[in-house]
Design a protein around this ligand. Structure first.
Ligand code: ASP
Length: 321
């Protein structure tokens, strides 16, 4: 974050960039969630186009593939009236640092207002943000952070449960490689939820308790009496070698189905950031159950949250006029 934390920042978000949830105050998180709440209503109207970002240029720079995140940032920017360019960059590990910095400098010279960046290396987006003078949003960096995913998850939960404080939340699956897990842990802890993480020992980071969560190695024990169950995908693209004996065995022990969900509270809700691997981490029929699953709602909230982040970060920018 480029500006120090502030508790009383009025209607201006006190950071140039959104690089992670770690370091944001509860007030700053709630500010973004409240702003997003208004954009849910805008996105449900027949006429969605706003004038707020007219004349602004936003670049989606993705060094890793994405469906939901890239599309929802593009929709969010367009709904706010901005001009949007999408760039998918083929990743060359040989040129790593050079490619990233060169690309940043090139884009910076074109005077974008916001760069939205996804990068396979943890810290890659922060490095890029130091080379440009526009606002930067982290759309996922390696296994580090994915702040807008945690914000949209929080908005989804808050709309269903009224508040985050006091909830028991279980984050389950490939914790080691998941940026979604990290951002959610920071956000949920900051807003007063209690977080458990559930994974096989091979997919649990060794220093996980330093993040203020309770680790479980057994899904049914970890789900006991929880309010929210967040399932994660096996991040095969970040694994070298095999971390689970077989997909069948993984589903047997760590895949969520109705039977295992019975360990949670009777009204517990199920979430997944997508893309979902049906029959691997989650049973297909449960994923589609609109009474228990918030997965579709999460996608809808994604657009509203990204509109709010673009709004908040561009409030602080100098007018280009
Ligand atoms: N879409 C999320 C991410 O980019 C989760 C996933 O890929 O499994 O991290």
């Amino acid at each position: 974050m480029t500006t120090p934390d502030s508790d009383a920042f009025g209607s201006r978000f006190p950071h140039r960039d959104l690089l992670g949830i770690a370091g944001l105050s509860p007030q700053e998180i709630v500010f973004l969630l409240d702003l997003a709440e208004g954009y849910v209503e805008v996105s449900r109207r027949a006429e969605k186009k706003q004038e707020l970002l007219r004349g602004r240029t936003i670049i989606n720079l993705f060094f890793e593939s994405s469906t939901r995140t890239r599309t929802s940032f593009e929709l969010a920017a367009k709904r706010l009236g901005a001009d949007v360019i999408n760039m998918s960059v083929a990743w060359s590990s040989i040129k790593k640092g050079e490619t990233l910095i060169d690309t940043a400098m090139t884009l910076n010279a074109m005077h974008p207002d916001v760069l939205i960046v996804r990068h396979p290396d943890s810290g890659g987006v922060k490095l890029l943000s130091e080379k440009v003078n526009c606002a930067v949003i982290n759309a996922g960096d390696g296994s580090h952070e994915h702040p807008t995913q945690a914000l949209l998850d929080a908005l989804t939960i808050r709309r269903r449960r009224g508040s985050i404080a006091g909830l028991e939340v279980a984050v389950c699956g490939d914790i080691s490689h998941s940026r979604v897990a990290r951002s959610n842990i920071h956000l949920l802890n900051t807003l007063g939820a209690r977080v458990r993480v559930i994974a096989p020992p091979t997919l649990m980071p060794s220093a996980i308790d330093r993040l203020g969560v309770t680790p479980y190695f057994d899904l049914c024990a970890g789900l006991k009496d929880c309010d929210i169950v967040m399932m994660l995908r096996l991040q095969n693209e970040r694994m070298q070698g095999s971390y689970v004996p077989s997909i069948r065995e993984y589903f047997h022990f760590f895949g969520l189905d109705r039977e295992k969900l019975k360990n949670a509270k009777p009204d517990a809700l199920v979430m997944h950031p997508g893309p979902m691997n049906r029959g691997v981490e989650i049973d297909s029929e449960l994923a589609d159950d609109i009474d228990r699953s918030l997965i579709r709602e999460q996608v809808e909230m994604g657009v509203a949250v990204r509109m709010a982040c673009l709004d908040a970060l561009t409030r602080g920018l100098q007018s280009n006029a």
